[in-house]
Design a protein around this ligand. Sequence first.
Ligand code: NAG
Ligand code: NAG
Ligand code: NAG
Ligand code: NAG
Ligand code: NAG
Ligand code: NAG
Ligand code: NAG
Ligand code: NAG
Length: 477
Amino acid sequence: MRQPYRATSSNKNMEKILCVSFVGLLIIGAQGAAETLSDDIAALGELESLDLEEGDDDVDLFDTLSWTSEKGSKVLVNVDGFGAVGDGVSDDTQAFVKAWKLACNTSNSVFLVPNERRYLVNATRFRGPCSLNFIVQIEGTIVAPDEPKNWDPKNPRIWLDFFNLTGVLFQGGGVIDGSGSKWWAASCKRNKSNPCIGAPTAFTIDSSSAIKVKGLAIQNSQQMHFTISRSRSVRLSDVQISAPGDSPNTDGIHITASTDVLLENCKIGTGDDCISIVSGSSNIKMKTIYCGPGHGISIGSLGKGNSTDTVTKVDLDTAFLKDTTNGLRIKTWQGGSGFVQSVRYQNVRMENVSYPIIIDQFYCDSSTACQNQTSAVEISKILYRNISGTSKTEIAMKFACSDTVPCKQLILNNIYLEKKDVMVKTYCNSVTGFWYGYVWPLAECLASSHKDSIIKQQTEEVDLVAQSRENLIHTEL
Ligand SMILES: *[C@@H]1O[C@H](CO)[C@@H](O)[C@H](O)[C@H]1NC(C)=O
Ligand SMILES: *[C@@H]1O[C@H](CO)[C@@H](O)[C@H](O)[C@H]1NC(C)=O
Ligand SMILES: *[C@@H]1O[C@H](CO)[C@@H](O)[C@H](O)[C@H]1NC(C)=O
Ligand SMILES: *[C@@H]1O[C@H](CO)[C@@H](O)[C@H](O)[C@H]1NC(C)=O
Ligand SMILES: *[C@@H]1O[C@H](CO)[C@@H](O)[C@H](O)[C@H]1NC(C)=O
Ligand SMILES: *[C@@H]1O[C@H](CO)[C@@H](O)[C@H](O)[C@H]1NC(C)=O
Ligand SMILES: *[C@@H]1O[C@H](CO)[C@@H](O)[C@H](O)[C@H]1NC(C)=O
Ligand SMILES: *[C@@H]1O[C@H](CO)[C@@H](O)[C@H](O)[C@H]1NC(C)=O
C-alpha cells in the first residue's frame, strides 16, 4: 500500500504542487459535467448526513406489545381451530383463509401458526385492513406445494401475499419454505429450452405501512424470497433467507416502490441478489447484513426496456459478503432514464467476492445482446468508505458508466481490496469523483476517465489534492 504524502505548511515546494494540482482538477471538472470542487464537497456533506430515519414510532410500539409478554390480553386465533392439519400433506389453505378473516377482524388478535408442524398452503392473498395491534405469529413451518404444474393459474407470481396492512407485526421464529426445486429445474436459466415464465415470490408485503417482521426464516423460494412493494415504513430484523447458490432468480429481499425501509441483522444466502433495490425506492437503510452465496447487494436493475427509474438515499452500514459474484453493485440497462442518487456504503468486509465494488451501466440479463444507447439512468453521489477484504477478480473496483451519461461525484475513502498474488485494478469508463485516505487498488482513473480530458496528473499530486480536500472537508462541515 502506498503512503499518501503529507503537506506541511513549512514546505513551500509542496504547496506549489498542491496549487497546480488544484487547478488541474478544476479544469478536469469544467471539461466534464461542469462540476466544481465545492460540488464534490457538498456531495460528501450530503452523504455524511444520510442518517435515515428508522421507521415510524408506530412500529416501535410493538416492542412493548410482544405477544409472549402479554398473552393474556391477546385474542388467540389458531389455524388449527379452523381445520388445519399441519401434516405437510393436507391442504391447509382454507383453514388459513378462515382464521385470517377472523383474526384480522378482531382487535388485539394473534394469528397463530403453531410450532412443530408443517402447514401446506397454496397461493393466498391475505388482505387488510385489519384491526389494531394485529400480530401474525408464525412458529411452525408453512410449506408450498412443490409442483409448478398444479400452481393456481390465477396467482402465478405470488405465494403468501400480504396486502393493504397497517401496523402489523410478523414474528415467531417459524419457517416459510417455498419448496422451489421443481420451479428451479423448470427455469429457462437452468435449461435454455424451457420457456421463460416468472415464478411466485414466497412472501410479499404489498401496499402496506408500519410493518415489522422479526425473526423469521424464509427458504427455497420458487423465485424471489421476500418482496416489499408499494409500502412505507417497513422494518425487518433477524430475518434469515436461504436457497442454494445455483437456484435461479431467487433474490433474497427485493424492495420496489417503497420508502423508509430498514433491514437489520439479516443473513441471506441465495442464487441471486441478496438484496435488490429497484425503482421508486428511497430511504432504504441496511445495517449488519450477511450475504453469501449470491449475487451481492444490488441497486437495480434499473432502466430496462427504456423505463424511467429512480432510487435515492440508500445507506448500508456494516456488512459481510462471502463467495458472492458481486459485492456492492449498481446495475442499469442501456436506454433507461431517471437516476440513482445519494448512496452510502460503509464498513463492509468482503471475502472471495468477484467485483467487490461495481457500477455496471451495461447490464444485460437477456438472451439477446443489448445495444448501446444514448440514454441512461444517471448515477451520482455515491460514497464507499471502509471497504476491505479479498477480491476473486483482478478488477476489484469497476465503474463502467454510460458514455453519454457519466457517473458523477463518486467518493472513495479507506478502501483496501486485495487478491492473492495478483495486482488488483480499478476499471473506469466515463466516471468522475475523488478519494481521500487510503484507496487500494489505486483509483486515479476516477479523476481522468473523461473521454475528452487532456489532463494527466502524477499520482503524488492527485494524492495531495485528496489530502488537502480532506482537510477542507473537515473544516467545512
Ligand atoms: C369485521 O366484520 C364485520 C362483519 O363482517 C364488519 O362489519 C366490520 O367492518 C369488520 N371489521 C373490521 C375491522 O374489518
Ligand atoms: C392446492 O394444493 C393442492 C396440493 O398440492 C393441489 O392439489 C390443489 O390443486 C391446489 N389448489 C389450488 C387452487 O391451487
Ligand atoms: C386498503 O385499506 C384502506 C384502509 O386502510 C381502505 O380504505 C382501502 O379501500 C383498502 N384498499 C383496498 C384495495 O382494499
Ligand atoms: C433441457 O430440457 C429439454 C426439454 O425439456 C430436455 O430434453 C433436456 O434434457 C434438458 N437439458 C438438461 C441439461 O437438463
Ligand atoms: C428504446 O429506445 C431505443 C432508442 O430510441 C429504441 O431503438 C428501442 O426500440 C427502445 N426499446 C424499447 C424496448 O422500447
Ligand atoms: C470462492 O467463491 C467461489 C464461488 O464464487 C467458490 O466456488 C470457491 O470455493 C471460493 N474460494 C475460496 C478460496 O473460498
Ligand atoms: C471498518 O469496517 C469493518 C467491517 O465492518 C469494521 O469491523 C471496522 O470497525 C470498521 N472500521 C471503522 C474505523 O469504522
Ligand atoms: C458499449 O459501450 C461500452 C463503453 O464505451 C463498450 O465497452 C462496449 O463494448 C459497448 N457495447 C456495445 C455492444 O457496443
